[in-house]
Design a protein around this ligand. Structure first.
Ligand code: PMV
Length: 315
């Protein structure tokens, strides 16, 4: 049995695609994967989604293709799934299309479950890198932040092509996460930003640079336990994501609702165009106020625990 976490991007989405750093945090929620010898052929089962796929009956579903791409990694292994088929069952504890790294967690957990059966040991970095074949089916050119967080846990600075830099903070980080009710397509939103960048490269690069500066300020704030400062960076980051045209009126509204109930700061998280918003709250009192207000908007909302020390969030 293997487990990989979902994640939120506290600061830096989209700019991270253009080699700027991002500040991300792993969630308690994630995906469990179990691999076991199958009597017949390779099988993928995802009970809550009603999925029971067999390799001999291919579909065009991206998750089917991602699973096949992952199995291909083991093509030359003498006991790999191409020679000794596996039944893989996934228990998905994250909303898909929510910007919470669900697909990356599925890929990392599945790779880890197959590795477990075959007795393959890998570093978390290698696990994240290898599982990118799964993510690429969904996102084309993912920065890799989702897979890196799914594999490593904790809070970290991620920058494309570099080792992740784990952070610790003296203060507990409490987040409230609300889904806007609209599923978001990371691929489409990344394309939208790419078009914007083609039309006005100077403007787009200036926004990416400002986001990078917010990531740096947010990192220092977290390390010092200054949540108000982190929240100020989140609020400004949301404005810049609005300028990149990846926010929606609903996401803007949910951020306003959270701030009005005393959230220190709020922003969309992930690709935008739908998906989730996150609100940083100071304590349990504000957490429940913000959760209630967002639920009153009819939005699926939950309070998320974030591990504040590297490694603490591993299960
Ligand atoms: O997959 P999501 O929705 O959590 O978004 C990932 C963050 C982006 O920066 C928008 C894309 C990427 O590949 O980093």
């Amino acid at each position: 049995m293997a487990f990989a976490r979902g994640k939120v991007i506290l600061l830096g989405e989209h700019a991270v695609v253009y080699d700027r750093p991002a500040l991300a945090a792993a969630l308690e929620q994630g995906v469990r994967s179990r691999a076991e010898a199958s009597g017949g052929e390779n099988e993928l089962v995802i009970p809550p989604w009603g999925v029971r796929w067999r390799e001999s009956a291919p579909t065009h579903e991206p998750t089917f293709r991602a699973w096949q791409a992952l199995l291909d990694l083991y093509a030359d292994h003498p006991w790999g799934p191409r020679r000794r088929p596996l039944r893989i069952e996934l228990d998905v504890g994250l909303p898909g299309g929510g910007g919470l790294g669900c697909s990356a967690a599925m890929g990392v957990a599945t790779l880890a479950a197959i590795d477990e059966v075959l007795g393959i040991a890998r570093s978390t970095h290698e696990r994240a890198e290898r599982s990118l074949v799964w993510e690429r089916v969904f996102h084309g050119q993912p920065s890799g932040v989702d897979s890196a967080m799914a594999a490593a846990g904790g809070i970290a600075i991620f920058q494309r092509g570099r080792e992740m830099r784990p952070l610790s903070t003296p203060e507990p980080v409490r987040l409230v996460i609300a889904h806007s009710g609209v599923s978001s397509s990371t691929h489409a939103m990344v394309q939208r930003v790419a078009q914007l960048r083609e039309l006005s490269p100077e403007r787009a690069n200036a926004i990416f640079d400002e986001i990078a500066a917010l990531v740096d300020a947010g990192r220092r704030a977290l390390e010092a336990g200054d949540l108000a400062m982190l929240a100020a960076s989140m609020n400004r980051n949301h404005e810049l994501l609005y300028d990149l045209q990846v926010s929606t009126p609903e996401l803007d509204h949910l951020c306003e609702v959270a701030r009005a109930q005393g959230a220190l700061g709020a922003k969309l998280t992930g690709a935008g165009g739908g998906g989730c918003m996150i609100a940083l709250v100071a304590d349990a009192y504000h957490e429940s106020r913000v959760v209630e207000a967002l639920r009153a908007q009819g939005r699926e909302t939950f309070a998320a625990g974030i591990a504040t020390q590297p490694g603490e969030s591993r299960r």
